[in-house]
Structure formats: structure tokens, C-alpha cells
Design a protein around this ligand. Structure first.
Ligand code: NAP
Length: 430
């Protein structure tokens, strides 16, 4: 069976794992828009979470299997159409994740130094699409909107000292930018209560382990206690609330703070006299329901990051769901011989391992529904790419780049990611 996979992150590699386990005669070709593989693991997982990034070792094993080939720097929908690719292969799997920011859709969102987390995380992780971002940290206050783990990732990277980032693969330009940071207050703002926050406990704990920043909570202690006294409270929520109470009760000993705020709905960003502020409509709890109030709160901050979830980058030829967040599909089937899994197929929630289950269900479905009858898929695709002068990186090329990145790592860091296409192709000429 000849299989093409769009994307090279967790949902793509768990699909490859499943296909390889089927023990069928197969060729699997990966089409990736960016030059380097591994998607979310390379460009989304925080650079100081190297244990999580270790999954790349497993994914590399699959990448270097004889049956698998890699076409990096090939954008499906632009360099090669969905229709053509699906005509070459028996099966086409859309597993390209959700790489675009969901928008706040408020006034002022387009001002300078206001970013979505996909851009900001992409910048500190060396995603070539976002490597030119140049955020300015020469201000006292920053706001991060959202109460998920990505908000915590952004806050941690903003607050860590250089030595706290040792053994990470953070970009050198990010270290340089952060070395000039004057940020003293990072507000992490949620629109609901601490009970609805989506932080997980180990990530929340890391906020209390920072050298120069101290977490504190701007929320009534009685209200936090009252969440704990609810009878049927989920253990994960309980742990978060207990830790937030500890943060709140601790006496302030550090100058720099991470301030958790809740019940604040972003309203508009105002830019006046070279200074920015974010206006929030305060929410209130009435009979256990969260309702809007008439109260407006303003927080002055010149760096604003919204970490409110992701949506897919549209691909010409594939329909989006009504919320425009993922590709329209019926239990993983898009149309004809095209299937999807991971964040491309539904909400952008869950951890890397969550993709295993979806990949397994999708592979079984494909095995039941598709029979193999196409030949020379890889050869036909290579011929098309060559005839259309589309430069791609195969897995042998990636092996060279991977080694160069490891060799170029600065002292105390694990890797120096290459972001410049000319430089990358320059190394592959010989
Ligand atoms: P998330 O966990 O879904 O959190 C998104 C946050 O944005 C929620 O607090 C949500 O609030 C808020 N939000 C959405 N729309 C909003 C709006 N218009 N205004 C204000 N707030 C808004 O998403 P994420 O942080 O991007 O993470 C994505 C997935 O990756 C999650 O499953 C996460 O756990 C995972 N992840 C894991 C790790 C890790 O394990 N270390 C690290 C990073 C990410 P509501 O709840 O009110 O909608």
C-alpha cells in the first residue's frame, strides 16, 4: 500500500507506527511544509521540556525505516495539490496538526508586540515561519491571555534566567532578546474561575520553582477555599487549587511576579502615548453560573500574548468545519482516499501520546476501507517535484542537518536549530 502523510508531528508519526505494525507491503512518504521534521515536538513543546522532546528518538526510528521517505519543504496545497497527491497514492493522511492561532477577535489585536502563542512559541522554538518576530521585552508588564499549559510555557520562557534554560534547545536569538528583558510582572489571565483553568499540576508547580519570579494569585482566598469544599471535586482541579492557595498565602519575597487573574474577559487593546493596555470585562459568578458584569478592568502591558488554542492552516481542496478550526471529516474520513487524525481532525487538546489512540482507530479504518492498487507513487511524486523545480529535503538530507544542528549547539545548550532555507540547502549541496 502506498501511503502519503501530510505533516511530520506526533499525529503523523503515530500513524506511521500503526501502519508499520500492520506488517503489510508498504511505502510511506511524509510531506512536510517546513524543512525539518517533528512538528509540534520540535516547534511547540517548550525548549526547556527536553524530556518531552525525547519522543523524537522514537519518531526518528520510524523516519529511518526503509519503507519511509521524507519530503521536507513541500507545502501540500501550494507546491503540490491535494488532488494530485491523492491520485498518486492509495491513501492520503492529513496529519499536519493545528498550527495557527485562534484569534481573540478584539480591537487592537494587530498592534505591535501583541502575539498569538503559535507565533510566540514558534519564535522561541525556531520555527522558520516565525523566526523574524523580534518581540520587545523592554517593558515592565506583560499579559498572557488563557489558562492552559501553553500560557504557562510562555510565562516560564519569559521569566527564566539564561542558566535556568541550560540544557534546552532554545534559540540563540531568543536568549539574546530575553537578556535585555525588563519585564517584572507577567499577568496570566483567565476568563473563568481557577476551577475551570486547564493547567496541569506539574506545569503549575514549575511556576513556583523559578529563580527570579514568584507566582501570586489575584483571587479571593475564600472563593478558592470554597472550591475545595465542594464535595465532588476532581483530583486534578483539587491539586491546582491547593497550589494556587499556597501561591496566594506565600509572602512576597521576589521583585518579579507572575500574577494569576481570573474572571476577566478580554475586551479591547488600547494604545495611547506609546503605552498599551488591555481592557477586560469582569465576569461574576451568579448561582454557579459565570456571567458578564458591567465592571471593566484595565491592565497596562506592552507585551500581550494570547494563548487561547489553535486552528489548522487551511489546505486548498479540503473543507473546514464550521468553526474553521479543523478539516471537515466523518470519524477521520475526509473524502475519497483522504483521511485525517490528530489536531487536524478535531479540537487542539491533549498531549503527544493522545494521538496514539486516534492513529490506531484511523489505521484500522483505512485497512478495512482501502485496497492497494497504485504503483510507483513515490517515483511519480518525485518526478512531479523535479519537473516543477520544487526543492525538497529527504531523510538523508535531514540526517545531515540534524548532525550540523547538534554540532553547532552553544555551550550548555543541546542544539542550534537552523532556520534559514538558503543556509540549509547550502549544507546539502555537497
Ligand atoms: P487549552 O488548554 O485549550 O487552553 C486554552 C485557554 O484559552 C483556556 O483557558 C480557554 O478558556 C482560553 N480561551 C479560549 N478562548 C478564549 C478567549 N476568546 N478569551 C479568553 N480566553 C480564551 O489550550 P493550550 O494552552 O493552547 O494547549 C493546547 C493543548 O496542548 C492542551 O491540551 C494542553 O494541555 C496541551 N499542552 C500540554 C503541555 C504539557 O503537557 N506540558 C504543554 C503545552 C500544551 P476557556 O476554558 O474558558 O475556554
Amino acid at each position: 500500500m502506498n501511503i502519503a502523510i501530510i505533516g511530520s508531528g506526533p499525529s503523523a508519526f503515530y500513524a506511521i507506527q500503526c501502519f508499520l505494525r500492520e506488517n503489510i507491503d508498504t511505502n510511506i512518504d511524509i510531506y512536510e511544509k517546513l524543512p525539518a521534521p517533528f512538528g509540534l515536538v520540535r516547534y511547540g513543546v517548550a525548549p526547556d521540556h527536553q524530556k518531552t522532546k525525547n519522543i523524537i528518538r522514537l519518531f526518528s526510528r520510524y523516519l529511518y525505516e526503509d519503507k519511509v521517505q521524507y519530503f521536507g519543504n513541500v507545502e501540500v496545497g501550494k507546491d503540490i495539490s491535494i488532488d494530485l497527491l491523492s491520485s498518486f497514492y492509495d491513501v492520503l493522511v492529513v496529519a499536519c496538526g493545528a498550527t495557527e492561532d485562534r484569534k481573540l477577535n478584539i480591537e487592537g489585536e494587530n498592534y505591535d508586540n501583541v502575539y498569538g502563542s503559535a507565533e510566540f512559541v514558534g519564535w522561541y522554538n525556531g520555527n522558520p515561519i516565525h523566526s523574524k518576530l523580534s518581540p520587545n521585552f523592554n517593558y515592565k508588564n506583560a499579559i498572557i491571555v488563557g489558562n492552559g499549559n501553553v500560557a504557562l510555557d510562555c510565562a516560564r520562557i519569559l521569566s527564566k534566567t539564561k542558566s535556568e534554560l541550560y540544557q534546552s534547545d532554545i534559540m540563540d536569538y531568543t536568549l539574546e532578546g530575553l537578556s535585555k528583558s525588563s519585564i517584572e510582572n507577567i499577568y496570566i489571565v483567565g476568563r473563568r474561575t481557577p476551577k475551570e483553568a486547564k493547567f496541569t499540576i506539574s506545569e503549575l508547580r514549575e511556576m513556583g520553582e523559578l529563580k527570579d519570579f514568584q507566582p501570586t494569585v489575584d483571587y479571593d482566598l475564600d472563593l478558592l477555599d470554597s472550591i475545595l469544599s465542594e464535595g465532588d471535586i476532581d483530583t486534578k482541579i483539587k491539586k491546582n487549587i491547593e497550589l494556587l492557595i499556597d501561591f496566594k498565602k506565600a509572602s512576597i519575597v521576589k521583585k518579579n511576579k507572575i500574577i494569576f487573574k481570573f474572571l476577566s474577559n478580554p475586551l479591547k487593546i488600547i494604545s495611547e502615548n506609546k503605552s498599551k493596555s488591555l481592557n477586560f470585562t469582569k465576569n461574576k459568578i451568579v448561582n454557579n453560573k459565570i456571567l458578564k458584569s458591567d465592571v471593566i478592568e484595565t491592565i497596562q502591558a506592552d507585551l500581550i500574548i494570547s494563548a487561547i488554542g489553535y486552528k489548522v492552516f487551511p489546505i486548498k481542496g479540503l473543507e473546514l468545519d464550521p468553526t474553521k478550526s479543523f478539516f471537515l471529516n466523518n470519524n477521520g474520513h475526509i473524502k475519497n482516499n483522504i483521511y485525517t487524525n490528530g489536531w487536524a481532525s478535531g479540537a487542539s487538546v491533549g498531549v503527544i501520546g493522545t494521538n496514539k489512540i486516534g492513529a490506531s482507530i484511523m489505521t484500522k479504518k483505512i485497512m478495512n476501507e482501502i485496497s492497494s492498487n497504485k504503483d510507483n507513487s513515490r517515483e511519480r511524486s518525485i518526478e512531479f517535484l523535479k519537473n516543477n523545480s520544487i526543492k525538497y529535503i529527504n531523510k538523508e538530507g535531514w540526517k545531515i542537518i540534524d548532525k550540523i544542528e547538534l554540532d553547532k549547539a552553544l555551550d550548555n545548550f543541546t542544539r542550534k536549530k537552523l532556520v534559514d532555507l538558503e543556509e540549509i540547502f547550502g549544507y546539502l549541496k555537497n
